[in-house]
Design a protein around this ligand. Structure first.
Ligand code: ZN
Length: 274
């Protein structure tokens, strides 16, 4: 009597994403695109000629998935166009998202929160900074998309005050600390992942035009609600990550959207993760 042997192929598990200690951070790309220099504020013709001679620069729209301690943590949701396919490719369904961290409430960040007016992430705890919430839902601004989001997620929405950069802080959720970088929007918030002494700062919309805003961080963009404050925040954050050698990921950094910032002269250079 011969035993029937079933051959199983043990395919090598391919680890994707960026390792941060025991956490994994996956890029969820909504697409690569080109930005136009017409959105820049404070860029001289010489800067544009040097960094974007054809009037465009590489850009992207990204969200990220942090997998840590058995939890699926989304940071932003992009437009919600490719988001769900991207998650599916990672073996994650929307019902299995435990936490959504929102950097700010522009449409290219909260676009995936609702599907046909319903919650796309029925089991997620959702985090939005108090300032961001108050600005967009105020009578002066009355943003319909944000009001819909707040209403749909009202029983699972957490409003909070992020930490001040460089100061000791308690994590907002396991392994992730929220840090204020106000200016692009009034409550714009970054999320720093930390595990086993390793860190990654997901800096949201700290930059929109890496080609210009790394060498010239004082260049702002027309999307900034408060351009001067956005510049101040960018200078503080670039100093923080370069001084402390903390890798960063950004929502408008071209593929693979992760790298490190190094001081160079009066500005900075960005070294993409290979
Ligand atoms: Zn954006």
């Amino acid at each position: 009597m011969s035993a029937l042997l079933t051959m199983t192929s043990h395919a090598q598990a391919v680890e994707t994403g960026t390792k941060v200690g025991e956490a994994r951070v996956h890029l969820l790309s909504e697409g690569q695109q080109k930005g136009k220099t017409s959105i820049l504020i404070g860029a001289t013709p010489e800067m544009v000629e040097k960094q974007a001679p054809d009037g465009t620069f590489p850009n992207a729209v990204n969200a990220f998935l942090i997998q840590f301690s058995g939890k699926n943590i989304l940071v932003d949701t992009g437009f919600g166009k490719r988001l769900f396919d991207n998650l599916q490719n990672l073996g994650v369904v929307a019902e299995n998202i435990d936490i959504v961290l929102i950097t700010h409430a522009h449409g290219d960040h909260i676009g995936g929160m609702l599907r046909d007016g319903e919650r796309a992430f029925p089991n997620a705890q959702v985090y939005l900074s108090q300032k961001e919430h108050d600005y967009w839902t105020s009578d002066a601004v009355k943003n319909t998309n944000v009001r819909q989001l707040v209403a749909a997620y009202k029983d699972q929405l957490h409003l909070f005050n992020p930490a001040v950069i460089g100061e000791p802080a308690t994590p907002l959720v396991g392994g992730v600390t929220a840090i204020a970088a106000y200016g692009h929007t009034p409550g714009h918030t970054m999320y720093e992942v930390e595990s086993q002494g390793e860190k990654l700062l997901i800096w949201g919309d700290l930059t929109h035009a890496m080609a210009l805003q790394m060498p010239y961080p004082s260049v702002a963009v027309t999307y900034d609600v408060d351009p001067a404050q956005a510049v101040k925040a960018r200078l503080e954050v670039l100093n923080y990550v370069s001084t402390n050698a903390i890798p960063v990921a950004g929502m408008h950094i071209a593929y693979p959207a992760v790298g490190k910032v190094v001081k160079a002269g009066n500005g900075y250079i960005f070294i993409w993760k290979s």
